[in-house]
Design a binder for this molecule. Sequence first.
Ligand code: FES
Ligand SMILES: [Fe+2]
Length: 375
Amino acid sequence: MTTFHRTVSTYRSGARTMPREQYTSPAILAEETERVFARHWNCVGRVNRLAKPGDYIVREIAGESLIVLRDRGGELRALFNVCRHRGTRICRETHGQFSETIQCPYHAWTYATDGHLIGAPHMQDVEGFEKKDHPLHSAAIAEWEGFLFVNIADDPQPFADWFAPMLRRLERYNIAGLSVGHSVAYDVRANWKLVFQNYSECLHCPMIHPELSTVLPYQSGANDLVDGPFLGGYMEITQPNESATLSGKACGRLVSPTLGDDDRRRAFYYTLMPNLMLSIHPDYVNYYLLTPVSVDHTRVESEWMFHPSNEGDPSFNPQDAIAFWDVTNRQDWDICEQSQLGVSSRRYEPGPYSPRESMPAAWDRFYLAMMDGTH
Ligand code: FES
Ligand SMILES: [Fe+2]
């Protein structure tokens, strides 16, 4: 049974925002790259991108380039995009399909799609050289609800341990069965943590999102994850609205026909450390992947997903949900950019969080625990 907590009940008095350096220091970003991104499970998008054997996408995690693919045998794999000959980056494209093998463009070392080396010109003349000693380096990969996660650590924590609070939590929503209806990428001129913090509270909603506030009142709802790497809960969709859309009507069929009455009136919002924000509505699910580019620049990739049975239905109106969040997202990015400018001031100092900001405060606590090595 899920327990829900009102936001104000999880407030810890004395909570304050983080110091200026956290948002401006390249040294801190370098530390985050090691402690947060290089050691944890990063979401790399939807498995539907890898439908057929040989399909691949290239993703960046902690400054590393990874080839994420379905090998010829059908297994999902994540391989470092680094040739075992002289280290050259192998793939330049962001996605594609390997016909049979992966070949380095420099001296033609050739790998099977599972990463093992099958061809290395003239290396047979090198004493002691064994192809089996030079496979592409691999990273750990896991799948959850149609999302792919990669962990580049040498000794990664098992996904099922790390992800335990989330594993079965959203099963009823059938997220694995949804199809992507729209994709967009945003460049936000703000630190990646400001984007997470902003997503974690709706205290700003009446000011920043007048359209959204009529559908999702900021004082409604409660949280079911209030501590740790995964945080969030739901907001009530105000009647007679059916969903978070521009018209207030559902844009299509339920994401799962078996959703209960409560879920049909709720929208759930979760932050999943270190790089995923997940928004769940009765009729669609949208998500955001965050990649820090620099201390004041974050790449945000977002997709909207719908039930596949909407295809061909004349009443299906995905644009109603897409436009609703596209407008809202841009309002959020704009205020995050203003935050970045302000927290970069030499006069900025940590300010007090209110009881309605217990979630960004909890997000900061877990982030700081990752940074000081206690998590
Ligand atoms: S660096 Fe890849 S084949 Fe030489
Ligand atoms: Fe917002």
